[in-house]
Design a protein around this ligand. Structure first.
Ligand SMILES: *Cc1c(COP(=O)(O)O)cnc(C)c1O
Length: 421
């Protein structure tokens, strides 16, 4: 397979942007390859600038649940463009989208539209702090919530201490306010609450972790988080940027029957445009300016083009109740193919990860026991066969409605013929 034009563009790009990219994982660093530059995408396929065609299981990291360029979404965007790109004033579309979200996720009594998942989480945490008057937050090792300062942290060396920055440029003072618990480990959460008691503003969690590869919550784990946050008067935030409208129209909260106080949405909700949402209980959201004293704003927030793409995506999902059954069944077939080559697979709905490890994967430590050298070989093998998966062991594979049975069959055949010596 020829990647000449991608190489040429990369050589230019790398002098103009750090790593030649606008988001680090795109640089293909962890698979030891130079990135492919993409020219276009349609349905289940993505095409690089050298004209190579791939079946795409990255799906822009989640937004493209309907596949690339779904006609409903494209039509909505084109129509919106004809009316001007941005006004900086309220629109009917924002009201329509807010009503749809509240209908699908009743816990989101009020919402705010923002421009990225990072911004949604940052704002939700600020709201939780403003509402409770507390500073500390708990996050889980291996969960990703965007790149804002207080969330770009990792566990310190001693148990029960606060976090340390996971990036240069993050002030120690920010990291000090974040406590790290272990995903699927109730004890680790209880110990933090027993130590820091009523200083904890919120617990933020990916209800299904999907940024250390896909890791499912153990039975009772989310319920435990619900109970202990209630006990200590702390806010429970579900970061559903990936799981929202992915595990079904009601997200992980409906799937597991747990009602968080606040929720963040992104990826699918923007239908491929830059948009995200935070929201939740009315009494918390009424702390947000101009009603309350927690400040949050955005020049392009509620952008009419992004809002149109979001509405069209949600409408399409709502109008065809079989979409989820179909994409989930296809994900199961991929999961089985990955099991056939010895990977440990976590799959839920239409997201999955095949970990190259002998261990059961249920937290960050077991996920990172994976053989990433083997994953790199797998990645390169798939690229050569015209199949595009995430260039990292620790990202999910996304199945879209545009993936046909033939796409899945071909992918399964290719996977099963992977040989690792
Ligand atoms: C992608 C992601 C984010 C960050 O969203 P951006 O739009 O990339 O800023 C936050 N939380 C989760 C769970 C995500 O998967």
């Amino acid at each position: 397979m020829n990647h000449e034009r991608s190489r040429l563009l990369y050589d230019k790009a790398v002098k103009l942007m750090p790593g030649g990219v606008n988001s680090p994982v795109r640089a293909f660093g962890s698979v030891g390859m130079k990135p492919l530059f993409i020219d276009r995408a349609k349905g289940s396929r993505i095409y690089d600038v050298d004209g190579n065609e791939y079946i795409d299981y990255v799906c822009s990291w989640g937004p493209c649940i309907l596949g690339h360029g779904h006609p409903n979404v494209i039509a909505a965007v084109k129509d919106a463009c004809d009316r001007g790109l941005t006004y900086g004033a309220p629109t009917e579309k924002e009201v329509i989208l807010a009503e749809m979200i509240r209908e699908l996720m009743p816990s989101m009594e009020m919402i705010r539209l923002v421009n990225s998942g990072t911004e949604a989480v940052m704002s939700a945490v600020r709201a939780a702090r403003g509402y409770t008057g507390r500073d500390m937050i708990i996050k889980f090792k291996g969960c990703y919530h965007g790149h804002s300062d207080g969330l770009l942290v990792k566990a310190g060396s001693a148990a029960l201490t606060s976090a340390v920055p996971d990036s240069e440029g993050v002030p120690r003072a920010y990291a000090d306010k974040t406590l790290i618990a272990l995903y699927n480990d109730e004890d680790s959460v209880r110990k933090l609450f027993e130590t820091y008691k009523d200083n904890i503003a919120c617990v933020i969690v990916e209800p299904v972790a999907a940024n250390m590869g896909v890791v499912l919550p153990k039975k009772g784990f989310l319920r435990y988080l619900r109970e202990i946050t209630e006990e200590y008067g702390s806010i429970l935030i579900f970061d559903e940027v990936i799981t929202g409208f992915r595990l079904g129209l009601g997200g992980a909260q409906e799937y597991y029957g747990i009602t968080p106080d606040m929720t963040t949405l992104g990826k699918i909700v923007g239908g491929g445009m830059p948009m995200a949402v935070y929201g939740g209980r009315r009494d918390i959201m009424e702390c947000i300016s101009p009603v309350g004293k927690v400040y949050q704003a955005g020049t392009l927030s509620g952008n009419p083009i992004a809002t149109a793409a979001g509405i069209a995506t949600l409408k399409t999902l709502m109008n065809d109740p079989y979409i989820y059954d179909e994409i989930n069944a296809r994900a199961k077939r991929l999961a089985n193919a990955l099991r056939d080559i010895g990977a440990y697979v976590n799959q839920i709905g239409s997201i999955l990860s095949g970990f190259f490890t002998d261990r059961e994967v249920n937290d960050h430590d077991s996920a990172t026991s994976s053989d990433t050298v083997r994953y790199s070989a797998f990645f390169k093998y798939l690229i050569e066969k015209g199949i595009y998966i995430a260039p990292s062991q620790y990202e999910a594979m996304f199945v879209s409605y545009a993936h046909s049975d033939e796409d899945i069959e071909r992918t399964c055949d290719v996977i099963k013929n992977f040989e690792w010596e």
